[in-house]
Design a protein around this ligand. Structure first.
Ligand SMILES: Nc1ncnc2c1ncn2[C@@H]1O[C@H](COP(=O)(O)OP(=O)(O)O)[C@@H](O)[C@H]1O
Ligand SMILES: [Mg+2]
Length: 310
């Protein structure tokens, strides 16, 4: 179960830990968050795994899929969100009171093994980050900005997670669409990434763009540290079974197989299921709320398939 953690390692130590898996796609609305929270739920519920969900998207969809806005507001007031931990890295306070253990919400949805580190609608101030890195670069002679930026990117999420890395079998990172600092940092920290995509031509472009970005990320860090992230699978989500769409969908699917190879595409596909969408209203993932729905069954199959791949 345990993989060796060496990604972006600057201190040359090895830490035993579970798998860190990022859910990413350049496009939004393709089912990233739904996949993350349901995979986490299935791993905890059906396989007894200890799982942490980390919400890296300031739209906080993963957080609000697992807790009510009222609960979130209460925690945010107490500063118990990811923002506090990012602040601590950008601007460490020697009197800091909260640790990651205080901020993680354990057994969310009353499910043993399922924990969340709540996200925030306001994760960090880009200007403050740039200024801090600029100052560091000036202090070092001024011509090393890229190296300093890369290092920050590489260690940000990893440093946040460090105290809990060996406490979980799985840490799932729900990334925002696009390619922001948190996503790059998540990818640099992860052993694997999963890529949900809708069976549409533009989604295929989203896959290609992300693949290219990851190759660039590996290249740009190459001189300082090796980024070992690998693809775990492309997952077709919200695929329709209706006949007309079915034929069209097969064409898109065929293209993806040609581009990426058949072994990268997961056999389990997530159908459009109103139960999946409705579950969000109850702040409980469909896999827990309606385990017999088509969507839940698909998430269960997918979880089994991904575990086999690992
Ligand atoms: N299999 C599904 N069936 C029906 N609705 C879905 C399904 N998967 C996701 N959705 C809905 O689609 C919307 C976008 O999904 P989400 O997981 O938030 O995407 P992303 O994280 O990529 O932006 C949400 O409203 C979600 O409830
Ligand atoms: Mg999302």
């Amino acid at each position: 179960m345990y993989a060796t953690y060496l990604n972006g390692n600057t201190s040359a130590e090895e830490v035993k830990m579970g798998y860190v898996i990022a859910t990413a796609n350049m496009k939004g609305g393709v089912g990233k968050t739904t996949l993350t929270v349901n995979l986490a739920t299935c791993l905890a519920k059906n396989y007894g795994k200890k799982v942490l969900v980390l919400d890296l998207d300031s739209q906080i969809s993963a957080t609000l899929s697992l807790m009510s806005p009222v609960e979130f507001a209460k925690r945010r007031k107490q500063r118990k969100t990811l923002r506090y931990l990012i602040d601590e890295i950008i601007n460490p306070d020697p009197d800091a009171k909260l640790t990651i253990h205080d901020i993680i919400y354990p057994e969310v949805c009353k499910l043993v093994g399922l924990d969340i580190l709540p996200g925030d609608i306001d994760l960090y101030d880009e200007f403050v980050v740039s200024e801090m890195l600029h100052n560091q670069s000036v202090a070092l002679g001024g011509n090393d900005f890229e190296t300093i930026w890369n290092r920050f990117e590489r260690v940000l999420v990893r440093d946040i997670l460090k105290p809990v890395l060996d406490e979980y079998d799985f840490i799932l990172l729900d990334c925002a669409p696009g390619y922001n600092l948190m996503t790059r940092s998540a990818l640099a920290t992860s052993n694997f990434y999963i890529l949900p995509a809708k069976p549409e031509p533009l989604s295929v472009v989203g896959i290609q763009l992300l693949e290219r970005r990851i190759a660039q990320l590996k290249d740009s860090h190459e001189h300082e540290a090796k980024i070992n992230i690998q693809i775990l699978g492309i997952i077709f989500s919200m695929s329709s079974t209706n006949l007309l769409n079915g034929r069209y969908y097969k064409q898109v699917m065929h293209r993806v197989v040609e581009d990426f190879g058949v072994d990268k595409i997961c056999k389990a596909q997530i159908p459009v299921d109103v139960n999946v969408a409705k579950a969000v209203d109850s702040f409980i993932p469909v896999s827990l709320l309606s385990p017999n729905s088509a969507g839940s069954k698909a998430f269960m199959q997918l979880t089994q398939e991904l575990l086999q791949k690992l």
